[in-house]
Structure formats: C-alpha cells, structure tokens
Design a protein around this ligand. Structure first.
Ligand SMILES: *Cc1c(COP(=O)(O)O)cnc(C)c1O
Length: 467
C-alpha cells in the first residue's frame, strides 16, 4: 500500500515504493513514445508550453494524486535522451540501468555523508571506492610505472563533477603553495578552471595558446620561465571540444623542472584507465599531484559522479573542519570516523554506491569494453566523414569526439544546420571552434550506436544544410 505520505525507508518502504516505481516506469515509456526522437520537437517555446500545460498549478491547495505519473511523463516527453543514437552533442552519457537502480537505493535510504552516524556503512563504501579509483590513477600496478613515494597514499574525494573537482584542486594548490599561486593552463582547458581561480580569489590565470588543440610543452616552458612562481599547471586529458589529450609526460617533465604543481583534468579521458587498448594514452597521468575524473561521462553514471584523485592523501589535511554536532573531537578520538574533511559540502549523497555497483558488476573489462565501443564508434564515424565528398573531417579522433563540417559551407550554415536539427528534434549535435572555423561536434558516449545510425546522421546533416 502506498499513500502520498508513505515513507521510502523503514520496513514498509519497499512496499510503498513498488507501485510507485511501476507508475514511474510506465510514465517513462509513455513519455518516450510521445517524444519520438532524441529531443522534443518545436524548440524552447513549444517545449516550455507543453511542460506548463502538463504541470498546471505546481502548488495547488489540494494535492493531485496522479502528479507522479503526469509530471514524470511530461519530463520524459520533453527530455533530451542520451540513449538515442542521434543525441550526441555533449559529454552527456546514457546512464546504465544498473547504476540508476543502485541510485534508487540511495534515495530510499538517504544516507548523508556529513557524519558517521548518518552514513555508517556508506562512509566505508566511499572510502573503498575512492581508494580503488585513486590507485587506478596513481598506482596502476604496471611494474613500477607509478612514481609514488612510499609514504604517499593516493586517495580521492567524491564530487558533484569536473567543475567541483577542478575547484578543489585549485584550493589544494593554494593551500600547498600559498595564495600567490598562479594558475597556468592551455587555451584548450575547461572554463571551470579560470572560473575556480576567480572564485578562490587567485590572480588572473596565465593562458598558454594551444593553436593545435593541445597544450604545447615548449610554450608551457616559456610561460613558466617568464613568470615568477609558485605555479599550478592544469593540463587536460580529453578536451571538451575535441577530445584531445595534452602530452602529459612532457608536461610533467616541464613542471618538475620548474617546481610547478601539476593538476590534470581528466574529466573526459579518465575513463580510458579501464581499457587495456586505450590506457596508454594516459601515460604520465600518474605524475600529477591531482586528477579530475568524471564517471558521469566515460563511466555511464547518472549525474553526479565526479572525483578528485590526489597522489598524496596528506594534501587533504587542509580540508579538515570541525563542527561539534558532526565530528566532536572526543567522538573522533573514540573512533567515530570524521567525514567533514572529505568534502566542502555538508549534507551529501553517497554517489559511491552506484559507482561501486558498476565497478563490481562490470569489472575493469566490462567498463573497458564500453570505452572501446565508443572510441571505436568515433573512428568509424570519422572514416565515414572522411570518405564522404560532401564533408570535411577536422582530425582523426583521440577519444570519442569527432569534429566535421559540410564541405564549402560558411560558419553561419554550420550553425544553422545544427539549430534546425535541434529545433525539429531530429538530432542533437554539438559545436566547437577549431582552426578559426566552426565545426559540428559528435561526442559518442552511447555504446549502442551502430554505423547505420552514424550514416543516418550524416544524411540528415547533408539534407538540412542551407545552400
Ligand atoms: C565536463 C568537463 C568538466 C566539467 O565537468 P562537470 O561534471 O560538468 O562539472 C571539466 N573538465 C572537462 C575537460 C570536461 O570535459
């Protein structure tokens, strides 16, 4: 039995949830049928009108018992569905059903990771997951490739995503090197890095030009030579625009020569760690002081599933924080784990659960296979573009991003075809600037996408480019 005020946890929780889940699953199916495509048709005004009509009064005087069905169906009907092969603009992955189901358990139990007495087992699960993933980054057991000193223990924090991970990385650098630390990053770096410098009150970052899309070690060396330290260099393993990987071993050597701290933003590329075939592209990652990972990209988790891995757990000591009601000193001394230093948040969901279930169910090989499927798919798409006389390919893909454009089209036409397909709800393509021109961007994160889907995508673009 389920009433509107039934609770999700407790002995009756599962009984209350079961019929509601049935309702949700029906509403998801109905909504997808009504949408019929990767995106709702009609553009922002039409979609907003549909949502407004479905929801009506959000806060009526008397409740409406069907609201769960109505609102979930409306959300599904007006969603961008990353599981549709033609929804391929962003680093917006179709989540695994497995991870989504695990996440439901988190919503039901509602552990909160700000104190041990709200999350006794969840806090240990988080410690296990973060330890395992940090070792995967810094100490992958490949015969001494890792440069970890004996007293350094790698660990990781779970974050809401790459943006927060980059912020915390800058905070740790500021605490380790002082408020005068200067962020130095390539022009290809994610916008969240300069924004974090602004947020933390650091000096204006130094931007090293990256005309070829990756950070050039010689240009970095020049920038570090010209500017007094201390420096924090941020490199990227998997740029958001083109999926390129900065030359990490060379960048690490330049940083070592200048005594600069190194952060690698591997929000996109970090997933390659799971693949035997692609892992070598991340050589040098283990030389970083901190690494951003984002398992809601190449990890197929529902948002949020970010991590910040650090080579030395001692770096995190600066995050220690005391609030008597959560981690009183005598409680900590008596053995209650102190969780406040694991995050800048207070109440916090255990995103570690869905990650743990995924890692353990699929294993390294299962996740590696998904990574390989999308990277291989990008190579197939690039080959299709290359062979097609009507299209120009920007470059062979490194990860799973392909930039392409209709041959001889003006930038305005490239922008127009993307908006037409978006507005009609037929395909969701991204856009990126490279070599001074505008390109269409396909970011493959769907392991189910087949070559036929990619051929259909090209046909759609061809048929809708203004001429
Ligand atoms: C996606 C991305 C981010 C931001 O991650 P969020 O999870 O969206 O906050 C940061 N850096 C890179 C390289 C990214 O691709």
């Amino acid at each position: 039995m389920s009433t509107p005020a039934s609770l999700a946890s407790g002995p009756e929780g599962p009984h209350a949830l079961r019929p509601l889940l049935d309702t949700v699953l029906h509403a998801l199916s109905e909504g997808a049928l009504l949408r019929q495509g990767p995106l709702p048709a009609g553009g922002p005004d039409a979609v907003a009108a549909r949502m407004r009509a479905a929801v009506g009064d959000v806060l009526p005087d008397q409740g409406e018992p069907n609201a769960l069905h109505t609102v979930v169906r409306a959300l599904a009907e007006t969603a961008a569905d990353p599981a549709d092969p033609l929804c391929t603009a962003h680093l917006h992955c179709p989540p695994l059903a497995l991870a989504t189901a695990a996440d439901l358990a988190v919503s039901a139990l509602n552990p909160s990771l700000d104190s041990w007495d709200q999350a006794p087992g969840a806090s240990e699960l988080e410690a296990l997951v973060t330890g395992a993933l940090a070792r995967e980054v810094f100490d992958p057991g490949t015969g001494g490739r890792g440069g970890i000193a004996a007293r350094q223990v790698p660990t990781a924090l779970i974050t809401t995503g790459g943006t927060e991970s980059n912020q915390v990385a800058l905070l740790l650098a500021r605490e380790a090197r002082g408020a005068g630390v200067r962020l130095v990053h390539g022009a290809n770096a994610h916008h969240s890095l300069p924004r974090a410098a602004w947020l933390l009150g650091l000096a204006e970052p130094v931007v090293v030009p990256a005309p070829a899309g990756a950070l050039d070690p010689a240009a970095l060396d020049e920038a570090l030579t010209a500017l007094p330290g201390p420096h924090l260099v941020a490199a990227t393993a998997g740029t958001t625009d083109a999926g390129m990987i900065d030359p990490l071993p060379e960048i690490a050597a330049v940083c070592a020569a200048h005594g600069a701290r190194l952060h690698v933003d591997a929000a996109y590329g970090g997933g390659l760690l799971f693949s035997d075939r692609y892992r070598d592209l991340l050589a040098g990652l283990d030389a970083a002081d901190s690494v951003t990972l984002d398992l809601h990209k190449l990890g197929w988790q529902p948002v949020a599933a970010g991590l910040l891995a650090v080579r030395d757990a001692a770096d995190l000591a600066v995050l220690h924080h005391r609030a008597d009601y959560l981690n009183a000193g005598d409680d900590t001394e008596a053995g209650l784990p102190d969780l406040l230093g694991r995050s800048l948040h207070t109440s916090r969901r255990p995103d570690a659960l869905k990650i743990a279930v995924t890692l353990k169910t699929l294993g390294r090989s299962g996740l590696g296979r998904l990574v390989e499927q999308v990277c291989d798919g990008a190579r197939e798409f690039a080959a299709l573009v290359h062979e097609h006389p009507g299209f120009e390919l920007h470059d062979r893909p490194t990860l799973s991003t392909v930039l392409f454009r209709p041959a001889h089209a003006a930038d305005d036409d490239v922008a127009a075809v993307r908006r037409t397909l978006l507005t009609d709800g037929r395909a969701v393509l991204g856009r990126a600037r490279a070599d001074g021109r505008l390109w269409l961007k396909v970011t493959l994160l769907n392991p189910r996408t087949r070559p036929d889907d990619l051929a259909a995508l090209l046909t759609l673009v061809e048929g809708n480019t203004p001429r």
